[in-house]
Write a protein that binds this ligand. Structure first.
Ligand SMILES: [Zn+2]
Length: 342
C-alpha cells in the first residue's frame, strides 16, 4: 500500500471560497456575516471535486490512500479572531470528513485547528477532540505562526503550546507543522514562508528539550524538511556547540520528514542524509506546484517517480517510506487500516 501523508482539499467547490469571502466581509460589516447553514455543498459536488482531481491522479500515479486536510493556504489563521477561525475550521474539517466518508479507501482526515494570533492554543482542543473522536481523523496540522509571516507566537518548544501536545500525547496523533498564507510581503507563501517555517520548526526543536517533556510527541515536517536535510551538517554542528545529544537521539525519535521535494536530486539528497525510518511518502498533490517539469516530461509533484528512481533505497526501505513509517507515525491510521483487514 502507498500512503500519501500530505494532501489538502485544494479543489473544494467554489461555494466554500464564496462563503469564506462573505465571512471576511462580515468582519467589517456584521450584517454580511453568513450563517454556517448558508453553505450548501452536495455529496455529488464533493465527489466530482475529488474524483476528477486528487483521486484520478492518485490512481494514475499509484498512491492508495491520502491523509487529507483542509487547504493549508486557506486556513489563514491571521484573519479575524478566534470565533472566525473556529467557524472556518469546523466547516473545512467537516468537508474533509465528508470526503473521507465518500471515499473511505482513499482518504482519511487530518484536522486544521482554529488557531488565532495571540489566543491560547488551549482553545483549539474542542475542535481537535471532535475531529479525532467523531470524525476518526488521524493527525492535525499545527501552524507555528498563526500571524501569517510575522512570527508573533512563542517557539514550538514554549509551554504556550503544551495543551496541544498533551492532547496529542493522549490521543497518540502526530502534528504536521504547517503554516498558512503569508501576509508578509517579504515571504512568498509556498516558495518562502512554508520552507522557512519547516526549517524554523526544526531549529526550535533542536535548541530545546521539548521531547524530554513529551517523549512520544511526533512532528511531521513537510516539504522535505525545508532546508534541514541540505544543511544537515550545520544542524549537527550547532547541536554539538549547544551540548545537545546527537540529532538521531535528540530529535529523530520525534521528527519526520515528508517527500514533497519536487526533483530527483532533492529526493536523492533527502534519502541519503536522513535515516529511512524518518521519511514518509507524500506529494502534497494537488498543491502549489502543478506544472510539468520540461526536464522529465512528468509533473513535479509526481513524487513517487523519484522514490522509485533513487539508488539510496532498497525494496524494504521503499516499503517503510510508502507505508510502514506512516503506520508507525500515525497509530490511529494503522488501527483504522487494521479494522479493514489491511
Ligand atoms: Zn501542505
Amino acid at each position: 500500500m502507498i500512503i500519501d501523508c500530505h494532501g489538502h482539499y485544494t479543489t473544494a467547490p467554489k461555494a466554500l471560497e464564496d462563503w469564506r469571502n462573505r465571512q471576511i466581509a462580515g468582519l467589517k460589516d456584521a450584517s454580511l456575516t453568513p450563517k454556517v447553514s448558508a453553505l450548501k455543498i452536495s455529496d455529488d459536488e464533493l465527489r466530482q471535486s475529488i474524483a476528477a482531481n486528487q483521486l484520478q491522479k492518485m490512481q494514475e500515479r499509484g498512491a492508495d490512500l491520502t491523509i487529507f486536510s483542509p487547504r493549508a493556504s486557506f486556513m489563514a489563521h491571521h484573519i479575524g479572531d478566534f470565533n472566525t477561525s473556529s467557524t472556518w475550521a469546523s466547516i473545512c474539517n467537516e468537508l474533509c470528513h465528508r470526503v473521507a466518508k465518500l471515499f473511505p479507501d482513499h482518504f482519511i482526515g487530518a484536522a486544521m485547528l482554529p488557531q488565532s494570533p495571540g489566543v491560547d492554543p488551549r482553545t483549539c482542543i474542542p475542535e481537535l477532540e471532535r475531529c479525532v473522536k467523531e470524525y476518526g481523523f488521524v493527525g492535525i496540522n499545527l501552524n507555528p505562526d498563526p500571524s501569517g509571516g510575522h512570527w508573533t507566537s512563542p517557539p514550538l518548544s514554549d509551554r504556550h503550546w503544551y495543551p496541544i501536545y498533551e492532547k496529542m500525547a493522549e490521543y497518540d496523533i502526530p502534528a504536521m507543522i504547517h503554516v498558512s498564507t503569508s501576509c508578509n510581503a517579504c515571504f512568498h507563501t509556498t516558495g518562502a514562508h512554508y520552507l522557512n517555517a519547516d526549517t524554523t520548526a526544526f531549529m526550535q526543536c533542536l535548541t530545546s528539550d521539548l521531547f524530554k517533556d513529551f517523549p512520544t510527541l511526533k512532528f511531521v515536517i513537510p516539504h522535505g524538511g525545508g532546508a534541514v536535510p541540505y544543511h544537515w551538517g550545520r544542524f549537527r554542528g550547532l547541536a554539538q556547540e549547544l551540548k545537545k545529544p546527537l540529532l538521531k537521539d535528540h530529535l529523530l525519535n520525534n521528527i519526520f520528514f515528508d517527500t514533497c521535494v519536487y526533483h530527483q536530486p532533492g529526493i536523492d539528497l533527502l534519502t541519503k542524509v536522513i535515516p529511512v525510518d524518518n521519511i514518509l511518502f507524500a506529494s502534497e498533490m494537488i498543491g502549489a506546484v502543478r506544472g510539468i517539469d520540461p526536464e522529465t516530461g512528468f509533473n513535479y509533484d509526481d513524487t513517487k517517480r523519484y522514490i522509485e528512481a533513487t539508488q539510496n533505497l532498497s525494496a524494504a526501505d521503499r516499503h517503510k517510506v510508502y507505508e510502514g513509517n506512516a503506520r508507525r507515525v500515525y497509530p490511529r491510521l494503522d488501527a483504522a487500516l487494521k479494522v479493514k483487514g489491511k
